[in-house]
Design a binder for this molecule. Sequence first.
Ligand code: ASP
Length: 306
Amino acid sequence: MNMSYAIIVHGGAWDIPLDEQEGHKVGCLKAARLGYHFMDEGGSALNAVEVAVRSMEEDPVFDAGRGSFLNSEADVEMDAMIMEGKNLDFGSVAAVQSISHPVTLARRIMETSPHCMLVGEGALKFARSICMETVTTAELLTNKEFERWKRIKADRDYQVRRIFEGDPGKLEKRGTVGAVALDRYGLIAAATSTGGTPNKLPGRVGDSPIVGCGAYADNDSAGVSTTGLGESLMKVIPARRVCDSVKNGMTPLDASIETIQYLKRRVNGLGGVIALDHKGHMGYAFNTPHMACASVDVNGKATVFI
Ligand code: ASP
């Protein structure tokens, strides 16, 4: 039995304005502590990442669950995935509506359906078939988000790339969420959840629910969750790249840095990654102005930064 357990979470990598930074830090720290507490009580890494992500899905500060960005038709469509590193089992959901906790739906797909991934109406049907509570778009929507949507619609120059690379004063922003945990039994788990990018086309799916892109977990190497501009991230399969680099001897920190450098060099991409290996070593990297992040390490020490 591996007695070390640890967790790292993120709340998105982009240009987080000063007045939103405290909310991001508080939400990330709360999520990391909740997940750690579960493992402290003997819970699994899978429960820890689910509970951490659920807490950020509930928090309208983040672009996941309640507070998700609206698409071009003012609808909420969410993506999420969860993965465990023993058998490489994962569940994922894409472009799903009317669910408060897409990460839990992803977990139920992994554990109770014969499939790994469900999308759109089919995912919602599955959620209803297992009696998962559904909500209206209005319940997922915050006033702030609707105001933002109206401003985006009125902005002829709007470009989603700018919210990741920095566009001071233009629009307030928020981020995708993710968590990676290692439990005392040696299980690594990772999860990511998002409302995607603002004003995306209906049906658009980003990197977050795609295995190896939005997250990956392998007990032999590491667990990873990513965030950033999905159209760039999904071209380089960054989560799996970090795991492979750790397997080949890199630290999670070096592997994270190398992957973000590759993302930039190869596709001029924007984003961030968090990683945690089977010994509890952590790493992160990002090339956006900020990434909201919190962790509780193997010694129980909590850290938060933007
Ligand atoms: N990667 C997400 C997407 O493109 C957005 C984000 O991480 O902020 O859907």
